[in-house]
Design a protein around this ligand. Structure first.
Ligand SMILES: [Zn+2]
Length: 152
């Protein structure tokens, strides 16, 4: 199984991040709980960042048949792994090569493997971005977390 994957959120998704839709104190609690549960280490590579040991990333599942975007869980990632997750953003910041290098390193891939993989990921993103998605945040709702469902 691939350890580190790229997770591009379709451009048509109702939500791309939890942080913008909950109270700041709620996000801070979720972020801390996620980091603490992971021992302040990246859940994928075990690494830590210099300024922030770990960052909080939302793992989404996309049901391509029902067109449902479901929040699976929050995960603690080092800044390098987090950058790979949002590869499109990394590219905009001039960090594409660095992100690809980290992706290859963590997965034990060659640079060509990483390039081929990201091509498939971007094709899937383009296909998913042609549809509207229904949001499923049951994983947070069962914890009693309230949302402000405004599109950002
Ligand atoms: Zn990492």
């Amino acid at each position: 199984m691939t350890r580190l994957t790229v997770e591009l959120v379709p451009s048509t998704c109702w939500w791309s991040n939890v942080r913008s839709h909950v109270a700041p104190a709620v996000w801070e609690r979720l972020r801390r709980a996620t980091a603490t549960a992971a021992g302040n280490r990246c859940e994928i590579c075990g690494g830590r960042g210099r300024r922030h040991p770990v960052e909080c990333h939302e793992v989404w599942d996309y049901d391509d048949a029902r067109l449902v975007q479901r929040l699976v869980r929050l995960i603690a990632l080092c800044p390098s792994c987090h950058e790979v997750k949002h590869l499109g953003l990394a590219a905009k910041r001039g960090r594409h090569a660095a992100a690809l290098a980290h992706l290859a390193k963590v997965n034990g891939w060659t640079a060509a493997d990483a390039e081929a993989y990201t091509e498939v990921v971007f094709e899937q993103w383009a296909a998913r971005s042609r549809h509207d998605w229904t949001l499923d945040c049951t994983v947070l709702e069962v914890q009693g977390i309230r949302f402000d469902p405004t599109r950002t």
